[in-house]
Design a protein around this ligand. Structure first.
Ligand code: CMC
Length: 422
């Protein structure tokens, strides 16, 4: 039996054969790269729901089993035993670092964490009401102008230089976008602090004032970064790969990825969770909103519940649920918003409507609660997502460059416009 699929055109009876390619895990794919030359037709797949756009060995998801692996390591194992920087190293270098490699990576991140002073003009030029994502996107794109020396993405040493710069400077750019917008003095990176601790420090502290960062707060944020590091070929990763396929430098690719992630259907969901909990407001209102979520005639949806891919449970939510409980317990928060969140979670886990549709709390439900508990403003949530995701995006670009030849992404279309008006 040959490892092929035969496609028959029922209009003509002609049949065409296409090879089946097997991965190491997950569904096989039909290689239709000769479809047009064989049949003169394209496929039609809105939103690419049945299309594999690349070979990849970075992340594997099994939505039915609730499995998420990075380079073959289960996310729960990584979260329990490793830090965000270690997992970044894993994605970038295909292996976990030994002590020496980790130290060198940490030093590289610290050394590169400062940004060109000229960039202050960019932050300063944005009006106070700007969304931090707008500032972040512009600042990342501008890195190519402030560091114009190495811009050839096809030269491995130059690519490495740009990639390390982006990952290392992202927390600084993120913290500065927030502080400029608020009109509060910026805080430069502190080289005595670790990657995640330094970001919280730059976000929260004031000149000449002691800032109290609890280890559990740093650990919780580090876990949020890690849990957002990569998630296969989602919209922003596909955007980054698409821009990368044109041989653009990584600053342009990552700036484009930030744009894709900004949308509320992607990186904006955890901000949506908190805004919805704030709108519900008190325990008395919970039943009313649950009834709305269950009403077929009401478009209202409970934010932070359900997932397109994970139909049993979201493995990232499992990790963050535990971290969220630990954080809240240790810092001792007991807000009305938290009470509302707990009540909704309780109802959703026991109510027939949610159980029968596999609507479990997803990663955004718990990451929203963690970021809120850390005192991070709602409009910084997507920025936090970017800091975590950028190591994944860069790893995807490295993988793209390693493939034999880069094929520019150029989908086709089904033309439905006027034909030959003149
Ligand atoms: N609240 C109430 N009902 C829901 C919800 C919800 N959050 N999600 C789905 N349903 C219902 C939906 O109305 C439908 O009911 P019925 O079968 O009676 O028509 C059924 O569940 C299946 O819904 P669906 O739209 O076919 O499910 P989907 O897999 O296409 O949608 C989703 C997945 C994430 C878009 C959706 O669950 C949703 O809108 N959730 C709320 C927004 C949210 O939390 N988004 C973040 C997702 S995680 C992002 C990430 O991975 O980074």
């Amino acid at each position: 039996m040959s490892n092929t699929v035969t496609l028959t055109d029922n209009r003509t009876g002609a049949s065409y054969e296409f090879p089946i390619l097997d991965g190491t895990k997950g569904p096989s794919v039909i290689d239709i790269s000769t479809l047009f030359t064989q049949t003169g037709m394209f496929t039609f797949d809105r939103g690419y729901t049945s299309t594999a756009m690349c070979r990849s060995s970075i992340t594997f998801i099994d939505g039915q089993k609730g499995e998420l692996l990075h380079r073959g390591y289960d996310i729960a194992y990584l979260a329990e035993n490793h830090t965000f920087l270690e997992v970044s190293y894993l994605l970038l270098n295909k292996k976990l670092p030994n002590a020496h490699e980790l130290e060198a990576f940490r030093l590289e991140m610290k050394k590169r964490s400062f940004i060109h002073e000229g960039m202050m003009k960019i932050f300063d030029a944005f009006p106070d009401k700007s969304h931090p994502m707008a500032i972040l996107q512009a600042a990342v794109a501008s890195l190519s102008s402030f560091y114009p020396d190495h811009l050839n993405a096809n030269k491995p040493e130059e690519f490495h230089e740009m990639a390390m710069r982006i990952i290392a400077k992202m927390p600084t750019i993120a913290a500065f976008s927030y502080r400029f917008k608020k009109g509060i003095p910026i805080i430069y990176p502190n080289l005595d602090r670790g990657f995640t601790e330094n970001f919280l420090y730059m976000l929260r502290s004031y000149p000449y004032e002691h800032v109290d960062l609890k280890p559990i707060e740093v650990k919780a944020l580090d876990t949020v970064f890690m849990l957002h590091i990569d998630h296969e070929q989602n919209a922003s990763t596909t955007t980054v790969r698409t821009v990368g396929s044109t041989h653009a430098h990584p600053y342009a690719c990552i700036a484009a990825g930030i744009g894709a992630l900004w949308g509320h259907a992607h990186g904006g969901a955890n901000e949506g969770v908190i805004r919805q909990l704030e709108a519900i407001g008190t325990l008395d209102n919970v039943d009313k909103f649950i009834a709305r979520a269950k009403d077929k005639n009401d478009p209202f949806r409970l934010m932070g519940f359900g997932h397109r891919v994970y139909k049993n449970f979201d493995p990232r939510a499992k990790v963050l649920k535990k971290m969220c409980a630990q954080l809240i317990d240790e810092i001792g928060i007991d807000s009305e918003l938290l009470k509302v969140a707990r009540r909704i979670e309780e109802i959703a886990l026991s109510d027939e409507y949610f159980i029968s549709r596999n609507l479990y709390p997803n990663v955004d439900f718990y990451s929203g609660l963690i970021l809120k508990a850390l005192g991070i403003p709602n409009d910084m949530f997507a920025v936090i997502f970017v800091i975590g995701r950028v190591s994944g995006w860069i790893s995807q670009l490295i993988e793209l460059k390693e493939q034999d030849s880069i094929k520019i992404v150029r989908p086709r279309q089904l033309y439905v416009g006027e034909s030959n008006r003149v």
